[in-house]
Ligand binder design. Structure first.
Ligand code: GDG
Length: 500
């Protein structure tokens, strides 16, 4: 199994000339690590750095990861310019905001598209030397949409599958993308295209119909066939998830039980609201804080009795829009705490740092309410993790109706429009006053859905739908082929013993 994503599932750091590596966090890593582990597969992606690094050095850093995880990492290296135009540029200043319906945040720089294609060509060059006929190549997310087209230009004839982790926008938003027809054509090079929800898949086929009026769709179930002239492909909607049993198990463990108790002790009788978000404008963090402020203003009984723990995970910090967002959040937290704090109560406990997993799960378990209100989200795994961590059957999920996970959990959580401070405030009050039996019933329903549709369900169904393969076709192995040599993307670099 070959997974290709923009980033490798690690974070590299340099300190005093020494490189260290840490396993990455984020949705994709959480979802795919349990699948690849011990299957001896390959994960191809950018290292996240643009520094020159000797080969021996990178191998020294990456090899321990392979040993521990049971799959190999194949790095792609980007120059600073490539990073700026491909990653910060087209991927994160155009596709990311546009596909989250935030077109006014886009910067349509004419130079971005060529760089986007060039970097995809670079990924194709790296991959082609490492894949054999029969390998299953699964390409992830919006950074790599043109990769199938680039690989087929190189003569690769195998089956390529793609999964889009973010939403796909409706035609009236998609038409604003300057390279819209090229992007659709690129997607049609995949044998199978997976979306998170039916809404996203419909938006995609609606866009195809706008730009290719001869488009024919066959089938009505979760998998459909798309025919345009002599091009034929298939598309499906498969909501990604997490390892449900693992969350249930960890949330009941002794360590998490103790940490949960410690968190509750810290807050005494106060009720806890908990939010954890990557620093990103799509997550609706200022809107949520304003919703909480509205609740404190409109429902005075909340004053002194409720605390919101807002955990913010650093992300894309060097991008100006994220810097501005961070300042806005800092300011809002300061204003709200300034307006309402008393001698012994602060309404918002605000942290800007990642947590380790047991601590995160303990916070999920300790919280009376999980407050998850993105403006739009492909899925949102945090919502699912919150539900699965309710070992005491007492939490209520308040969720944005624009998160993909609302399609699965909408009937049993409290749905809100994240743009409405009033709805957020009322949902907070509704959640805090919900009777215990109702909470249990809602959690039971959501847990049932999530136990069935877990990450293994997602992978199994993706493999079946895209390649007619089963997870068992990729058996677990005792030994990982660690010794397989890494082949470099450029012979010149090999000679210099350096990668850029
Ligand atoms: C993209 C799409 C889609 C967060 N903070 C900590 C931490 N996390 C982990 C969570 C969760 C993951 O990060 C975040 O996943 P999300 O799904 O919520 O969001 P994105 O990163 O935006 O992911 C999204 C996803 O891809 C998968 O397809 O659902 O819509 O935008 O797993 O637990 N983990 C730890 N400490 C933290 O502080 N250990």
């Amino acid at each position: 199994m070959v997974i290709v994503s923009n980033r490798l599932p690690i974070v590299l750091r340099e300190s005093n000339g020494q490189w260290t590596m840490q396993k990455g966090s984020g949705g994709l890593v959480t979802a795919l690590s349990p699948i690849l582990e011990n299957r001896g597969g390959l994960w191809v992606g950018w290292t996240g750095i643009t520094k020159t690094m000797p080969i021996g050095e990178i191998k020294k850093v990456l090899d321990p990861f392979s040993l521990e995880s049971g799959f190999r990492l194949l790095p792609v290296f980007l120059t600073e310019e490539e990073r700026d135009l491909f990653y910060y540029g087209l991927s994160n200043e155009v596709i990311w905001p546009l596909f989250h319906d935030l077109q006014t945040r886009c910067r349509f720089d004419p130079g971005y598209w060529d760089a986007y294609l060039a970097v995809n060509r670079k990924y194709a060059r790296t991959i082609e030397r490492h894949v054999r006929e029969g390998d299953f190549i699964w390409i992830h997310d919006y950074h790599l949409i043109p990769l199938a087209e680039e690989l087929s230009r190189k003569g690769f004839e195998g089956n390529l599958a793609f999964f889009l982790h973010i939403p796909f926008p409706p035609p009236d938003i998609f038409v604003k993308f300057p390279w819209r027809k090229d992007l659709l054509r690129a997607l049609l090079h995949y044998g199978f295209i997976g979306f998170q929800t039916l809404r996203d898949r419909r938006n995609f086929t609606d866009c195809l119909r706008v730009f290719f009026p001869e488009t024919r769709i066959e089938g009505r179930g979760p998998i459909i066939r798309i025919l345009i002239g002599d091009v034929e492909t298939r598309a499906g909607h498969l909501p990604i998830s997490v390892d449900a049993e693992e969350f249930i198990r960890i949330s009941r463990s002794k360590e998490v039980t103790e940490r949960t108790q410690a968190i509750r002790n810290d807050f005494g009788q106060r009720r806890l609201l908990f939010s954890v978000d990557r620093l990103d404008y799509t997550k609706g963090i200022p809107e949520k804080l304003k919703g909480f402020r509205h609740a404190l203003r409109e429902f005075p009984e909340l004053k002194g009795t409720v605390t919101l723990i807002q955990q913010l995970v650093p992300s894309r910090e060097t991008v100006p829009a994220y810097h501005v967002l961070k300042e806005e959040i800092d300011r809002l937290v300061g204003q709200i705490n300034g307006e309402f704090s008393t001698g012994d109560w602060v309404p918002i406990v605000y942290r800007y740092q990642p947590m380790d997993r047991p601590e995160l799960i303990a916070h999920y378990r300790a919280a009376d309410v999980g407050l998850i209100t993105p403006l739009k989200d492909g899925m949102n795994l945090v919502a699912k993790e919150y539900v699965l961590s309710q070992a005491d059957n007492r939490g209520v999920l308040v969720l944005s109706e624009f998160a993909g996970s609302a399609m699965q959990l909408g009937e049993s959580c409290l749905l809100v429009n994240p743009y409405s401070v009033k709805e957020i405030a009322e949902a907070i009050v509704g959640a805090l006053s919900m009777p215990g039996e109702e909470k249990k019933r809602r959690l039971r329903n959501m847990r049932k859905t999530l136990r069935h549709h877990d990450v293994f369900w997602w992978v199994r169904n993706f493999l079946r739908a895209s390649a007619g393969r089963e997870l068992e076709d990729f058996p677990e192995r005792e030994l990982t082929p660690l010794s397989a040599p890494l082949v470099l993307e450029s012979k010149d670099m090999m000679r210099k013993e350096e990668w850029v």
